[in-house]
Design a protein around this ligand. Structure first.
Ligand SMILES: [Zn+2]
Length: 164
């Protein structure tokens, strides 16, 4: 009996890291904190401020359907702003057609975004968000064009485009 228990404990110790790996993606990730105190709004305040789809992406780290955003084909000169707080995040000079169905950029405006690792699709991905309000924007991958080699895959609903 004693031997049986210790064997069971041993097996548990062995599978714990695997269990953790399986459970982790199902944990609800709170959205990132606002660096600017005046943008540190409650969930209710954000709900009142944003359309439901934008709330889902910016504050609950959702993802819009591929090819659903009009910004995917936006080719004019201008600035892409955070749909949460209006901070400028990307310029049209860094936008490129990635073929993924989401607006894609190879470099953000300096200091406008922050990153963290998430496990929503089990494989770790680098999430990025607006540095001012903490609103989720998208994920960054290492298969983008030069000069950075980065691909910032952004939700169109998380952006406001201002041409000019
Ligand atoms: Zn913002």
């Amino acid at each position: 009996m004693k031997q049986f228990l210790s064997r069971r404990s041993f097996i548990l110790i062995l599978i714990m890291p695997i269990l953790k790996f399986i459970i982790k993606p199902y944990q609800v990730l709170a959205s990132s904190k606002a660096s600017d105190e005046s943008w540190n709004l409650s969930k209710e305040e954000w709900k009142n401020k944003l359309e439901p789809e934008a709330f889902y992406i910016l504050r609950e780290e959702g993802t819009e359907r591929a090819f659903s955003s009009v910004l995917n084909n936006e080719k004019r000169k201008g600035i892409f702003h955070c749909a949460g707080c209006n901070q400028a995040l990307f310029t049209s000079e860094t936008k490129f057609d990635s073929g993924t169905g989401w607006p894609s950029f190879w470099d953000p405006i300096k200091d406008s975004i922050e990153t963290k690792v998430d496990f929503k699709l089990i494989v770790p991905r680098t999430e990025y968000h607006c540095s001012r309000c903490g609103g989720h924007q998208g994920h960054v991958f290492n298969d983008g064009p030069m000069p950075t080699g980065k691909r910032y895959c952004n939700n169109g609903l998380a952006l406001n485009f201002i041409p000019g």
